[in-house]
Design a protein around this ligand. Structure first.
Ligand SMILES: CC(C)(COP(=O)(O)OP(=O)(O)OC[C@H]1O[C@@H](n2cnc3c(N)ncnc32)[C@H](O)[C@@H]1OP(=O)(O)O)[C@@H](O)C(=O)NCCC(=O)NCCS
Length: 169
């Protein structure tokens, strides 16, 4: 059975299952996404999907009209007050799905699950994502300097946070 987290106008968010593994791996490794994320291997995702979802969750973004998968999120630290949104990947880009899906995810996180804080990090040259997070009300909190290495180059990550009161304003 498909476990729905939340449903909006065009999209619904549902818990991923093992039949989604191929889709998740393909999205992570598509060159247009891979440059902006750090991928996890299939066993890592398989373990998340097999878990009860209380600590980590793989979430599929589904188009309501067609039932097609259009993106995916990974959530971590769900057993704390401060959830982490890690992978934010839209397969069908430029249709407003990233914005709509993140608004749904924020509603689920704060209004349904009552988290105090959500945070996310983002490569400093990922301007589409940086702008998107700021427009949704995330606050730019700092820079993690040279915290990851990609092809022999150290890269900075920008940390964004949102508190429950930021969301409710
Ligand atoms: C970042 C990402 C999730 C955005 O999803 P999306 O569905 O394409 O975004 P949307 O269509 O909702 O657009 C969101 C905003 O970005 C803008 N945007 C989208 N694509 C753009 C592009 N190619 N160039 C410039 N602006 C763009 C839109 O105009 C929109 O701005 P608005 O809110 O002022 O109207 C998607 O591009 C993606 O999966 N990127 C690769 C993975 C990634 O970078 N993930 C984030 C890691 S931190």
């Amino acid at each position: 059975m498909k476990e729905i987290l939340i449903e909006g106008r065009r999209l619904k968010l549902r818990k991923a299952n093992t039949t989604d593994l191929g889709y998740i791996m393909a999205l992570q490794y598509a060159p247009e996404n891979l440059q902006y994320i750090v991928p996890f291997d299939e066993d890592y995702h398989r373990a998340i999907i097999a878990s009860d979802g209380s600590e980590k969750l793989d979430v599929i973004i589904e188009e309501i009209e067609t039932g097609a998968s259009v993106g995916y999120f990974m959530l971590r630290e769900l057993d704390s007050l401060c959830a982490e949104f890690t992978h934010v990947i839209i397969g069908r880009k430029g249709l407003g799905y990233g914005s709509e899906a993140l608004k749904l995810l924020l509603t689920w996180t704060f209004a349904v699950k009552k988290f105090h804080r959500v945070w996310i990090d983002c490569k400093e040259y990922n301007t589409i994502a940086l702008n998107l997070y700021e427009r949704l009300g995330f606050v730019r909190e700092g820079v993690l300097r040279e915290i990851i290495e990609t092809d022999g180059v150290y890269e900075n990550l920008i940390v964004f946070g949102m508190l429950d009161r930021d969301f409710n304003n």
